[in-house]
Ligand binder design. Structure first.
Ligand SMILES: C[S@@+](CC[C@H](N)C(=O)[O-])C[C@H]1O[C@@H](n2cnc3c(N)ncnc32)[C@H](O)[C@@H]1O
Length: 421
């Protein structure tokens, strides 16, 4: 749908950007609140405003460099439209003021090659430096380019209600263009971004919205019928729902989280899904008595740990500006403690999957390596073997999903098994 580009619409983007650049709340929450407060904005207007302010968040450093001494929220937006979204001066004309056309022509001719690599990649210096410990200097711009693009919309078919082929046929009938995902046998990728919240297929529980990479983390658990399974950091239950369906709605699946607010978002999703084997449990912290009571009894545990979320920059570009070395250090301490506590739940022979949506080695393999060094009863099971059994061809002992290689969000996962005896 083509938007009617007017000074009034542009002013909405400017006001919203001003709020976002305070960085005091997550960008998606600020955007949702703004749209709730401005209900007169239709679907296309919202799409324009959200995509344009997100373009500024994604490409903030190079946009600032182009603006140089002329920096303002208005100019950030004009540069984002011209350089990031590829609008031309004729398309921008309805909002341009005197002198801005000439200024934008000089901005378009700006030579980025003199900028530092971190600025060219639109990454903060601390993050660029850390990525250099895992990626080559040639790979980081390719990774950054993928992270700076909007994510596609993926669905996970609910196998309790339907199968992928049937869902694809129903979506086609409803005029929604879709294709099977490239990796997950449960995934459907949509061509566009239709509003789905009121769609009968969604309300009937045929699918949930879930990035294809996130689905692979759930598949690594290989939860089976009749088992006792714990989703230790369940949040709003994106992965809980997949685990419950894998268990064919049998056994017991505990959805733990410290946040009542997040767990409460699981309730309507459970109702749609048709699952009745899920038990949401609010815990105070990872050493809660409710956790201790399950020690040694559980077949499988998923630890989808709280993390920097830097693998999700396609959706949450503000995260790179809202974190620093100190917040990462706090997270790694938390991840270490949660993993150690969650591991106590397993029976001998049981399996734990440690997962994050981070790109940083210190939140990922370093946490797992330290855990294995301190817990000789555990061994690493090659992730590629577990996925190959389910028809997924991704290589690596530990799973690294990357937007520039897999066209998913960035994810990490390791499968750990507790030895018998
Ligand atoms: C990455 S999110 C989980 C997302 C969720 N698994 C999903 O697929 O939608 C991490 C979750 O860990 C929770 N968390 C933080 N500290 C925790 C702790 N000590 N024990 C259990 N959960 C915790 C957070 O509230 C958050 O919901």
């Amino acid at each position: 749908m083509k938007v009617r580009f007017t000074p009034a619409l542009f002013a909405h983007a400017e006001t919203l950007l001003g709020q976002l650049l305070n960085f005091d709340h997550p960008a998606d929450a600020v955007v949702s609140r703004y749209f709730r407060e401005h209900r007169q904005l239709g679907h296309a207007d919202r799409g324009f405003v959200a995509e344009t302010v997100f373009a500024v968040l994604r490409r903030g450093r190079s946009i600032e460099a182009r603006c140089a001494d002329n920096l303002s929220d208005r100019r950030r937006l004009l540069v984002a439209l011209l350089v990031v979204r590829g609008w031309n001066l004729r398309e921008l004309a309805p909002v341009l003021k005197a002198g801005e056309e000439a200024w934008l022509s000089s901005v378009a001719a700006f030579d980025e090659s003199a900028l530092s690599p971190a600025v060219r990649c639109d990454l903060p210096d601390w993050l660029y430096e850390r990525l250099l410990t895992s990626f080559t200097a040639d790979a980081i711009p390719v990774l950054a380019e993928a992270l700076n693009r909007p994510a596609p919309l993926d669905l996970r078919v609910n196998t309790l209600k339907t199968d992928r082929q049937a869902l694809l046929a129903q979506l086609a009938e409803a005029g929604i263009a879709a294709q099977p995902g490239a990796w997950s046998p449960l995934a459907v990728r949509l061509r566009d971004k239709p509003a789905l919240a009121k769609h009968p297929l969604f309300l009937g529980g045929a699918f949930e919205v879930q990035d294809e990479g996130s689905q692979l983390l759930g598949l690594l658990v290989e939860a089976k019928r009749g088992e006792m399974v714990v989703d230790f950091c369940a949040g709003a239950g994106g992965k809980t729902l997949l685990l419950g369906a894998q268990m064919r709605n049998t056994g017991r699946l505990y959805a733990l989280d410290v946040s009542e607010r997040r767990l409460s978002k699981l309730k309507p999703r459970l109702a749609r899904s048709g699952l009745s084997n899920v038990h949401p449990v609010r815990i105070e912290h990872e050493r809660d008595q409710k956790v201790k009571r399950m020690a040694g009894k559980v077949d499988r545990v998923l630890v989808d740990a709280p993390c920097s979320g830097l693998g999700t920059l396609r959706r949450n570009p503000d995260l790179k500006w809202r974190q620093d070395a100190a917040s990462i250090a706090e997270l790694t301490a938390k991840q270490t403690n949660i993993l150690a506590a969650a591991a106590t739940l397993l029976r001998p022979g049981g399996r734990l999957v440690y997962a994050t949506c981070s790109l940083l080695a210190e939140e990922n393999e370093r946490i797992v390596d330290a855990f294995l060094a301190a817990h000789p009863a555990f061994r690493l099971v090659p992730a590629e073997q577990v996925l190959a059994r389910q028809g997924v061809a991704v290589s690596g002992d530990m799973l690294h999903l990357l937007p520039h290689l897999h066209d998913t969000d960035g994810f990490f996962a390791a499968v750990l098994e507790k030895q018998n005896g």
